[in-house]
Design a protein around this ligand. Structure first.
Ligand code: PRX
Length: 665
């Protein structure tokens, strides 16, 4: 673990523990939570395998499994020999049960009044048509399909159509650059890309297709690009490669005979940042994944399919969107919301208007967004009737107690329980969380492992730390939704997750058990930053910066930020001198920020870039990131005795105090 990491572990989240810890007992009206009842933990603890088997039985299987779990560390197979089709579980079985008229999605586009309502029967038809189209285009089971789309219904249709024909999808968040997209397409060897002309964000049209065109210059194997017309903007067209969605999908039959696939058939690859510059392709499969998505969604959110309107306010391009916009809610036959735009499009009360209009009952979002709403002021939610809400969820980063309380009071009317849910792209579904009708909640704590999940907090040597102590989070038994590997790189899979504590999964997060034994997640302990709930690797950003011709060396740290949790601060040395002219009005710094956005995507733009003549290094030549983090967070510098040249730090510090270092707006 790097020094920066150790430091991060100490300061993130622990501040939460300095506040008075409040405790909210479970409200009695949730006690029959999805028919579970308080005995659920004891039942799962007594025999987790039997408990998971029971959960899998709530799905529709074409063939039952012969064995629940085959575990050859670190490779798991769940529901061995079982066969199912994910899209049948999400669609056909609900329609067959007479629920075809139930709304699957209320979709709200960013431009006011641009809405669609799609029932389960309609969604099934759309997915069947898209599945037929993909088959016509030569996509077979096992072929990877890249999806690069905005938050429009076709994104979900594309994912489910892939699932239906057993073709793993690789969704890349629409905010990623063409280069990031190209790297993913190449790594996963996708030959078909599904995209849109563009979308609406913050009141303007953004373009997606040009990024695909640019990316595909590096991906000669891609033979087909299917383009949804969302905005109608002009797009470049490559005949023979580019096809309109409406041309290839709309003419297809709504009948499609689904094949049942093995429980371990790959469902998707989702790329996420690790500690090196190359993102990891996290592989998820079907039977176990869908089982865990469905049961976590059902129990944690206490869903009542007949009455709930569930809203995961995240992008479909992240794992939260995969598991809790698409697979969990649809497997449970629930009505969901899907919103295309930003929270302030058309006014800072846009979300509250949506909740009022559609009588949303459950809201699931990230602490960053909650903190942004706090900054905007409580008058925005206060102007709307939010009485339909009965439960609130948080995900993606540690939630500070102030944000938790604000969420509970100003959004939840002091009556809705707040569930803080910890999980990762790798875990596939929620792992640590309260069950709102059964366990108490505490502002800032994820409380305890979900039934059937086993987690521990351990010290460096792997010993459990006990109560009122901190350490590293490990998961010590396989779970159904766990990643099945890193695409094309088994060695990295074994080393990243399973080598530090052999036989146990190392999550890369710091955690603490409080005096009651409840769990608090404290943020990353490696060189991964968490910016607005998005995982970005320091190395990836450094790599991008060093790719800029003028840059000699770069060091990147995640500095704490009141709104985004962490923010990217980069320390950059350039080749030769920077003339006043070159950086006039911060021109060089702006160019560097734009360069990072181009290489990775706008989400990776450093908040601040500090040009420095040198970087602080140890005598062995290692950059002292811990120190840089102290500088970036304006902390008193600790021990600098091992620094090669401690004046460097003073120089950087002076620059920072003087401002003018390229602070982003
Ligand atoms: O550091 C943890 C943080 O987000 C990381 C996982 O990021 P990602 O794979 O992008 O998935 C995000 C959505 C599931 C974790 O290693 N994290 C996620 N949820 C929480 C959290 N940190 C603290 N509390 C949480 N509830």
């Amino acid at each position: 673990m790097s020094e920066a990491a150790q430091n991060g572990r100490q300061d993130q989240g622990l501040s939460a523990l300095h506040h008075e810890i409040r405790r909210f007992e479970p409200p009695s009206k949730f006690v029959d939570q999805a028919n579970a009842g308080p005995g659920i933990y004891a039942e799962a603890d007594a025999d987790p395998i039997a408990w998971w088997e029971k959960q899998a039985e709530s799905l529709e299987w074409a063939q039952r499994w012969s064995e629940v779990l085959e575990w050859k560390v670190p490779y798991a197979k769940w529901f061995v020999g079982g066969k199912l089709n994910v899209s049948v579980n999400c669609l056909d079985r609900h329609v067959a049960a007479g629920k075809g008229d139930r709304v699957a999605f209320h979709w709200v586009g960013e431009p006011e009044g641009d809405t669609r309502t799609i029932t389960y029967a309609e969604l099934k038809d759309m997915v069947c048509q898209a599945a037929n189209a993909l088959t016509d285009l030569g996509v077979n089971a096992g072929d990877r399909v890249a999806i690069y789309m905005p938050m429009i219904p076709e994104a979900m249709v594309a994912m489910l159509a892939c699932a239906r024909i057993g073709a793993p999808h690789m969704v890349t968040f629409g905010g990623f650059s063409s280069e990031a997209l190209a790297n993913r397409i190449l790594d996963g060897d996708a030959r078909v890309v599904i995209t849109a002309d563009g979308s609406y964000r913050r009141g303007t049209q953004t373009a997606l297709k040009p990024n695909v065109d640019e990316a595909l210059k590096q991906c000669p194997e891609v033979r087909t690009v299917v383009v949804v017309r969302r905005t109608g903007q002009d797009v470049e067209w490559e005949d023979g490669r580019d096809l309109w969605w409406h041309d290839v999908v709309d003419r297809q039959s709504t009948e499609h005979d689904p094949e049942a696939f093995d429980a371990e058939q790959p469902l998707y690859i989702m790329y996420t940042s690790g500690t090196t510059a190359k993102p990891k392709g996290i592989l998820h499969t079907t039977g176990g994944y869908l089982t865990q998505c469905a049961v976590t969604h059902r129990l944690i959110f206490d869903v009542k399919p007949d009455t709930d309107v569930f809203w995961t306010a995240a992008d479909i391009g992240w794992v939260t969107g995969h598991s809790y916009i698409v697979y969990g809610p649809l497997a449970n036959g629930v009505t969901s919301m899907m919103y295309e735009g930003t929270p302030d499009a058309g006014g800072r009360d846009r979300w509250w208007k949506i909740i009022e209009d559609y009588k949303v009952t459950i809201l699931y979002t990230a602490p960053t967004t909650i903190r942004t709403f706090m900054k905007w002021g409580e008058e925005h939610p206060a102007g709307h009737d939010l009485s339909s809400l009965r439960l609130l969820g948080s995900v993606g980063e540690p939630i500070n107690p102030e944000a938790w309380m604000w969420y509970r009071e100003h959004i939840g009317g002091d009556r809705c329980p707040v569930v803080d849910t910890w999980w990762q792209t790798e875990t596939g579904a929620i792992m640590i969380t309260p069950l709102p009708g059964i366990t108490a909640t505490k502002p800032g704590a994820a409380m305890r492992p979900f039934p059937g999940i086993s987690a521990d907090v351990v010290d460096d040597s792997g010993h459990s730390v006990g109560n009122d102590a901190g350490g590293f989070l490990v998961l010590d038994h396989p779970w159904p939704g766990m990643l099945r590997g890193i695409w094309g790189d088994p060695k990295r899979y074994e080393e990243t997750y399973w080598s530090r504590y052999p036989g146990r999964y190392f999550a890369g997060d710091g955690a603490k058990r409080d005096e009651d034994g409840d769990l608090w997640l404290l943020g990353r302990v490696d060189d991964v930053m968490n910016i607005s709930g998005h995982r970005i690797s320091t190395t990836e950003v450094e790599h991008a910066l060093v790719g800029f011709p003028r840059v000699a060396e770069a060091a990147v740290v995640g500095a704490s930020d009141d709104t985004t949790g962490q923010a990217i601060v980069a320390f950059v040395t350039v080749k030769g001198e920077v003339s006043d002219e070159e950086n006039e009005g911060g021109a060089l710094v702006d160019a560097l920020r734009a360069h990072v956005a181009k290489v990775i995507g706008p989400i990776a733009k450093p908040r601040q870039i500090i040009l420095t003549p040198d970087l602080p290094k140890t005598r062995s030549g290692k950059i002292m990131r811990r120190l840089l983090k102290d500088v970036a967070e304006h902390r008193e510098l600790g021990d600098v005795t091992t620094l090669l040249d401690s004046t460097v730090v003073n120089l950087i510090d002076e620059q920072l105090q003087a401002g003018g270092t390229g602070e982003a707006d």
